[in-house]
Design a protein around this ligand. Structure first.
Ligand SMILES: [Mg+2]
Length: 323
């Protein structure tokens, strides 16, 4: 990076984005600020992947890192029922950082972004002791915003995909292992934009959130915002269960592990067939895992017989010391 310098890098980036040809971009990379045409509402989110905090370089490839940086941000836009449209990247890297590696990170990012027709319109580069890759995404919500405060008592609770596998993968990486299905799931989070938009389009979905900090914790956020409570049936969870038997460890990772980037949402019971057909259409597993109840702010996890399970693990908190 020291060889081509900041401006060399920016020029290189500008040559490789479509911002000049996108009709929504009045002014893309290369001026003091970007200018875009906005028809409200727009969604804005930002998230950073910092070396030593969120990842270690040896955990995966640079392309996976770039793709992941896109996916974790797109997940927040999807969780609002929206579609990402524009991106800004805040890159911090040591001057000794190889340009080839940087290209690979951006290429992973661009591949994922291009597939969603997201245009990179600007950002910032600065030197730092360790690599960090911050992304700001702007998105549209043509079908309205699926905010967290829309859950109502009596709603069913659903979650997309599989829960708990990514947390198992992160634990495996921290234990020094390198290649497992779970690790791949952690390094390559799913993109649920299409199904989120399809659900938003029904106009009948309640509150929605993406599961990034742990199912129980994120469900707690939904309940708090909506002034309701929830009951999860642990046996219905889309938890990876080796040989069909649900083990304690998998269950704890599913309920508290985080990093899943799946969608958790509530919907009227009458919507269950419609949700089933949307799931088939978008080839995405959608599981009904419980229901919303009147008791405010209380998330209970029960077993097949309705007995409450007590859990030791809690969700992820960025500033709390790891257990
Ligand atoms: Mg989120």
């Amino acid at each position: 990076l020291g060889d081509i310098g900041e401006f060399g890098w920016i020029a290189r980036l500008a040559r490789r984005t479509r911002s000049a040809s996108d009709p929504g971009v009045l002014c893309g990379i290369g001026d003091d600020a970007a200018a875009i045409r906005i028809n409200p509402p727009i969604l804005i989110t930002t998230d950073v992947l910092a070396e030593g905090v969120h990842f270690r370089r040896e955990w995966g490839t640079s392309r996976q890192l770039g793709r992941r940086a896109f996916a974790v941000n797109a997940s927040d836009i999807a969780a609002m029922g929206g579609r990402p449209a524009y991106a800004l990247i805040d890159l911090r890297a040591p001057a000794t950082f190889p340009v080839r590696e940087l290209e690979a990170i951006y290429s992973g990012f661009r591949d994922a972004a291009d597939r969603q027709r997201v245009v990179l319109i600007g950002g910032n580069t600065s030197s730092a002791r360790r690599l960090s890759f911050g992304v700001t995404l702007l998105g549209r919500a043509p079908h309205g915003c699926l905010t967290r405060d829309r859950c109502r008592a009596g709603d069913d609770l659903y979650v997309t995909g599989t829960i708990g596998l990514a947390a198992l993968g992160l634990a495996a990486l921290r234990a020094g292992r390198r290649r497992t299905v779970a690790i791949r799931r952690f390094l390559e989070p799913p993109l649920r934009v299409e199904i989120a938009c399809a659900l938003a389009r029904t106009g009948l979905v309640g509150g929605m959130i993406d599961v990034s900090d742990g199912l129980v914790q994120d469900l707690g956020h939904l309940c708090e915002a909506s002034g309701v409570g929830a009951v999860i049936d642990a046996t219905r969870g889309p938890v990876p269960a080796p040989r069909g038997r649900l083990r304690r460890r998998e269950l704890e990772h599913a309920l508290a592990g985080g990093e899943d980037y799946e969608l958790l949402f509530s919907a009227l019971p009458a919507l269950s067939r419609r949700i089933g057909s949307i799931a088939r259409r978008y080839r995405c597993n959608v599981s009904r895992i419980g229901r919303i109840v009147r008791t405010p702010r209380n998330v209970r996890v029960v077993d097949a017989d309705g007995r409450p399970l007590s859990l030791t693990a809690r969700g992820h908190d960025h500033f709390r010391k790891r257990r």
